[in-house]
Ligand binder design. Structure first.
Ligand code: ZN
Length: 451
């Protein structure tokens, strides 16, 4: 009942009349366009891309000269191959050409945001209110696939800012969450005591959907699965976000809550990039808002199933256009369409961050799943992190429940030594905890090599 009143009256009143935003209008369009054949979606996407390129060439000094250098005029771009001759945008390019990347007529009219900077320095960037409304609309559509719709009870296990907010601001936020029926649990405080509290509170709150950072949700799921056989928190679905999801984590979470996991892939720069639908066959790209490429090392497009670098163009951020932005993740296209019937192109899997890939002295890279897959089978290990400071030195940090047996350590060390090769020294560090990034993310592997 509440959710109907919320969606029919409260939400339209607030979004359309009070805030004068177009989010709901965009969402309505997106709910229709998702069912178009893939070819039609790609054609809409291409039209939007062309408009963006023409705008960027006219308004942004950086793009003006980039087009010139590529020997192109934005209006002449009619094929993907021509588009591909534009340079990739990287984080250093954004830092070094910040002012020249802002569109002239949007100066002073944009909002500012920064990425968490888990790799060192945060990246500052700007975007327009209109682009924000597209982002919100795309996220609303994706989350709705998992049943997370307005007015339904939702619990968030989320990295909540640790800084104390002013009283009035906090009051406003609490009221907002109350109306939305969103309940927040701070994932920074993911320990035995707090998880006991989360469990009690969630049983009482009985949310329809639980949305959370992958790692705290996984830790919480293990906690629940280890306590009793009775499952009393019964959401309809779970949305994992912000961090990579491994298959064994999905299985543990689904067991704990007896509900399907919908994985989402997003970033601070663009919000929702791709999301699983109810068929769980891959992740549908938010194609009406983003143009996504997957590229090989040499810059050519990867085939379906082939892993490559994710490169994103934001179709609606006219204030600071992000064109061919290299986000720093690896992913692969799906090789078949989704059986749900949506025409949105689909990713098969997201393999994780390029920066976190461990290299071996004999020139190979270790797949992202290797360490989590190996270490998950040792219940005495509560947390772990792999750090590569030098090519021939790997540090394995472990948080253990009590002590770990020599036998277990041998079982861990053998496959790691094999994969890293004999020229690599492996050292083990036993620590009390593993710090999270500033935004509350857990990094499984950290490579400090120049890449
Ligand atoms: Zn689907």
């Amino acid at each position: 009942m509440y959710s109907k009143v919320y969606r029919k009256i409260l939400e339209p009143l607030w979004e359309n009349k009070v805030r004068k935003r177009h989010t709901l209008e965009y969402e309505k369009k997106l709910n229709e366009s998702q069912w178009l054949p893939e070819g039609e979606i790609l054609s809409i996407q291409w039209q939007e891309l062309r408009k963006l390129l023409i705008h960027s060439e006219k308004e942004c000094p950086y793009w003006q000269s980039a087009f010139k250098k590529a020997g192109l005029q934005a209006r002449e771009i009619v094929s993907y191959d021509q588009f591909r001759s534009l340079p990739l945008t990287t984080k250093p390019i954004i830092r070094n050409h910040y002012d020249d990347l802002i569109a002239r007529s949007y100066r002073g009219k944009t909002w500012q945001k920064a990425t968490g900077g888990s790799t060192g320095t945060p990246l500052h960037f700007e975007y327009t209110p209109k682009s924000d409304q597209w982002r919100q609309a795309v996220t609303r559509r994706g989350y709705a696939w998992a049943g997370a719709i307005g007015g339904e009870k939702q619990a968030y296990i989320w990295g909540i800012s640790l800084s104390k907010e002013p009283f009035v601001q906090k009051l406003k936020q609490d009221l907002h969450h109350l109306i939305l029926r969103h309940k927040y649990f701070n994932s920074f405080a993911c320990n035995q005591e707090s998880m006991l509290r989360w469990q009690r509170d969630l049983e009482k709150y009985n949310p329809k959907v639980i949305i959370g950072y992958t790692n705290p949700l996984y830790t919480f799921a293990k906690f629940i699965n280890g306590r009793s056989s009775e499952r009393v928190i019964r959401p309809d679905s779970i949305i994992t976000a912000a961090e990579n999801l491994f298959d064994y984590q999905r299985a543990e979470i689904e067991k704990a809550f007896n509900a399907p996991v919908f994985h989402s892939y997003g970033s601070r720069e663009f919000m929702l990039i791709a999301m699983e639908c109810e068929k769980h066959e891959g992740l549908h790209i938010s194609a009406e808002n983003l143009f996504v490429e997957i590229l090989r090392e040499d810059g050519t497009p990867a085939n379906p199933g082939e892993e490559g670098r994710v490169v994103v163009t934001d179709l609606h951020n006219y204030g600071m256009p992000f064109i061919r932005y290299e986000i720093g993740d690896l992913a692969a296209w799906s090789d078949k369409p989704c059986s749900c019937g949506r025409g949105l192109p689909m990713l098969k899997k997201i393999s994780g961050r390029i920066l976190d890939i461990i290299q071996t002295p004999n020139g190979k890279s270790v797949p992202g799943e290797f360490f989590p897959h190996l270490l998950k089978d040792f219940p005495e290990i509560l947390q772990f992190q792999i750090i590569q400071k030098k090519l021939d030195k790997l540090t394995v940090k472990l948080v253990t429940a009590n002590s770990i047996s020599e036998e277990s350590l041998d079982k861990i060390n053998k496959p790691i030594s094999e994969v890293m090769g004999e020229d690599c020294t492996i050292e083990y560090e036993f620590v009390d905890n593993i710090p999270l990034t500033r935004t509350g993310k857990h990094r499984v592997t950290i490579s400090m090599l120049d890449q």
